[in-house]
Design a binder for this molecule. Structure first.
Ligand SMILES: Nc1nc2c(ncn2[C@@H]2O[C@H](COP(=O)(O)O[C@H]3[C@@H](O)[C@H](n4cnc5c(=O)[nH]c(N)nc54)O[C@@H]3COP(=O)(O)O)[C@@H](O)[C@H]2O)c(=O)[nH]1
Length: 702
């Protein structure tokens, strides 16, 4: 009996073989990429089922494509057994592909197992065709089909391995067209086995289906269709999954790349200003240095520190402080050229590297420009803020041949600029290093000294000019450092202000002075109406200053009216609204307020009218030449007259001679302080002083 092939079903069988191959290859890739052992086992089982049923479906469609004159039946158990053989063969193939390395032995063993499975599937499937007399086979063609099965399996395993590299392979997954080409090759091999096997079969001339036939060709077609659709569905689902996963991977890769770039940026930039940080700056400097070495040009470091920034931050809050830093960064950047670099290297510190130049005047010009730009008023959220900058300059190679040296020298010059009054620039000179080293030591040692016996208070009497009697005392901080010896407040107070140490130092002074005043009260010392304490700008502007004063009064038990706070004119004028509010609160407690160093600031008396002031202290610089300097004399005269109008008492500082005293007495000033009466004394000396003067006629002391 001879049969003919239906071209449609043959084509369909080939398509199914290709689809099954594609599905199998894809699954093999997934199994190889899977790092989770349990999930890998699921993929293997699913893959074996999909590939096995695919091959099996191809085989039976191929059988159905072969139309015999007789209607034949198919034995169910053989049919299912052939499917099992295909699934097992596929499982073996996938397990082999899943190994780390495909050695020749493993490839041959896997190919043999898979080929055996395919042959078993084919010939068991053929045996499902129950006919009488049974089908006979041509030995050479069966041999050829077995050979094709074995070699196709080896080729298929090799292809599967090649198109599914390990997940950590640098090459990554091959493109889809390569996988498709591999699937076509595998499909052709599977179809080849089948059709060679079919050619080997000799069907009897007259054949009849046997009683064992339980499944008709239609039923078989239905089963095959279900299986084929399953394979196709798996293929479609996998492709959708694949697409989704590759989209996901692309998205994740893009986000990872963006995150990496941001991380890279963050590592090299300051987050607030987005300017380079010290690391990036150093990198750029080393490049400039390499260039400059060859060209014999110079380049400069500018160390910029914002003056009074700490009080802006404390006074107005960190959000305003941050905005000032950002605005300052912008202004600095705007003064520079493309080739220059500005970096933020600390809270209110910037470092500028000015690219190579032949003329060092250029560096100073830029420093001057930056200084001017930063001293212009900043308007931040409606607040007018005034700061300035102290700038230190070091030049390569004159001031150093490595980055650290150049930075240290620019830093030293910057501190020098601060020491000589801020709001200026200085080019590094050898002696500045020593000054900076001393400054560092002072701030280090001062932090340790607060609250220890190294810090003490000196007391200077206040004398009523009319009566000559002692009426008060001013407490002044003194420091004898174990390592550096005596350090004057002129030196350590500004450092304490710059470092913020003034808060704890100021509180200590306040507490110590009030405690001492309380002791004098307890001793029955009636002449001292009160004790005055200096308050720095930084303290006054600090948010909890009123609370600190209240706390000290409570702790020491001193009556508020016995405490007098001396605030400088410039401290008050830095933020008049806030200063006025704080001073009013303190004044309402009963604390007396004196404006210290009056005449050195920009204010005039009418501006001070709204402040709750009790005393004006005329700065000692006006007193030294008062008898000879007509201008100073006129000024003091005017201040005293206006103070009278405002109902303020005038204290004159720095009176050293009888002549000066006579002059201020003549003007009608109320009190004086100065060496004429006494310099500031230790507590013991002041005690003796009180004793000595107490024996004199109180009203006739001087
Ligand atoms: N915030 C704080 N500031 C303080 C504190 N203690 C001192 N200071 C301030 O330091 C500056 C220098 O003070 P000092 O060296 O103590 O000098 C004072 C007097 O010794 C000096 N003086 C007094 N009489 C004369 C004199 O006849 N001639 C002369 N040449 N100098 C004299 O004047 C200084 C007093 O200044 P003032 O405070 O303005 O009354 C100084 O600005 C202090 O304010 C502190 O604890 N906190």
């Amino acid at each position: 009996m001879t049969g003919i092939y239906s071209p449609l079903l043959v084509t369909l069988s080939c398509i199914i073989a290709i689809m099954a191959s594609y599905t199998a290859l894809d699954l093999a890739g997934r199994i190889r990429a899977c790092k989770d052992a349990v999930a890998g086992r699921y993929w293997l089982t699913g893959g074996a089922f999909a590939m096995g049923t695919g091959i099996w479906a191809m085989h039976f469609i191929g059988m159905l494509a072969f139309m015999l004159p007789e209607n034949l039946g198919y034995d169910i158990s053989f049919t299912l057994l052939s499917m099992l053989a295909a699934v097992i063969a596929s499982g073996i193939a996938l397990a082999v592909v899943n190994t780390g390395e495909l050695t020749l032995v493993r490839l041959l063993a896997g190919g043999l197992a898979m080929g055996t499975g395919i042959c078993a599937m084919h010939y068991v499937g053929m045996a499902a065709m129950k006919m009488q007399p049974p089908i006979s086979y041509s030995g050479p063609l069966v041999g050829a089909s077995i050979f094709i099965a074995m070699s196709a399996s080896v080729a298929a395993l090799w292809i599967a391995f090649r198109v599914n590299p390990r997940s950590d392979s640098p090459a990554g997954r091959p493109p889809i067209w390569q996988r498709m080409a591999a699937a076509v090759m595998m499909g052709a091999a599977i179809a080849g086995v089948h059709y060679t096997g079919m050619a080997a079969a000799r069907f009897p001339t007259v054949a009849q289906g046997t009683a064992a036939s339980l499944m008709s060709a239609e039923q078989l077609a239905t089963l095959v269709a279900v299986m084929s659709i399953s394979v196709m569905l798996i293929a479609v689902l996998l492709s959708v999954h694949d697409k989704f996963q590759s989209q996901q991977t692309r998205y994740l890769t893009a986000s990872l790349q963006a995150a990496n770039e941001e991380l890279q940026f963050m590592l090299l930039h300051d987050p607030l200003t987005r300017l380079p940080n010290r690391v990036l700056l150093e990198d750029r400097v080393s490049r400039i240095m390499a260039r400059v070495k060859r060209s014999k040009l110079e380049f400069a470091f500018l160390y910029i520190d914002l003056d009074r920034f700490k009080s802006v931050n404390d006074l107005m809050g960190h959000h305003i402080g941050d905005a000032v830093i950002q605005a300052a960064a912008k202004r600095i950047t705007e003064t520079l050229r493309e080739m220059d670099t500005v970096a933020r290297v600390g809270g209110d510190e910037f470092m500028v590297v000015l690219g190579e130049s032949e003329n060092r005047q250029d560096f100073e010009t830029v420093a001057r420009r930056i200084g001017i730009a930063l001293s212009d008023t900043f308007v931040i959220q409606g607040h007018e803020i005034r700061i300035s900058a102290s700038i230190g300059i070091s030049i390569y190679p004159q001031h150093g041949t490595d980055i650290q040296q150049l930075m240290a020298h620019a830093d030293a010059a910057m501190y020098y600029a601060k020491d000589v009054g801020k709001n200026n620039y200085q080019v590094f000179e050898a002696g500045m290093n020593i000054a900076v080293e001393r400054r560092h030591r002072i701030s280090r040692n001062l932090a340790l000294a607060i609250g220890r016996t190294e810090l003490t208070l000196a007391y200077q009497p206040k004398v009523a000019i009319a009566s000559g009697g002692i009426v008060g005392v001013e407490a002044l901080a003194r420091w004898h450092d174990r390592e550096l010896g005596i350090i004057g407040p002129e030196e350590f107070i500004p450092i304490a202000e710059d470092t913020g140490l003034i808060l704890s130092l100021g509180e200590w002074v306040l507490c110590e002075a009030c405690t001492q005043m309380k002791r004098w009260e307890a001793q029955g010392e009636e002449r001292l109406q009160g004790i005055s304490v200096n308050v720095s700008t930084y303290q006054l502007n600090h948010q909890n200053f009123v609370e600190v004063v209240k706390g000290v009064l409570e702790k020491t038990g001193l009556e508020a009216g016995r405490l007098e706070l001396e605030v400088t004119e410039s401290a008050v004028m830095q933020n008049p609204e806030r200063a006025c509010a704080i001073l009013t609160e303190l004044h309402q407690l009963g604390v007396k307020i004196a404006i210290d160093d009056f005449g050195t600031g920009y204010s005039n008396l009418s501006q001070l009218k709204r402040f709750p002031i009790d005393y004006l202290k005329i700065d000692q610089s006006f007193i030294s030449g008062i008898a000879t300097d007509i201008q100073n004399a006129a000024l003091v005269k005017t201040i005293v007259a206006m103070a009278y109008n405002l109902n303020l008492e005038v204290i004159v500082e720095g009176v050293e001679t009888e002549e000066q005293l006579a002059f201020v007495k003549n003007l009608g000033a109320h009190m004086y302080q100065g060496y004429l009466c006494s310099e500031p004394l230790s507590v013991e000396e002041f005690q003796q002083f009180l004793g000595r003067t107490g024996e004199k006629d109180k009203t006739q002391w001087r």
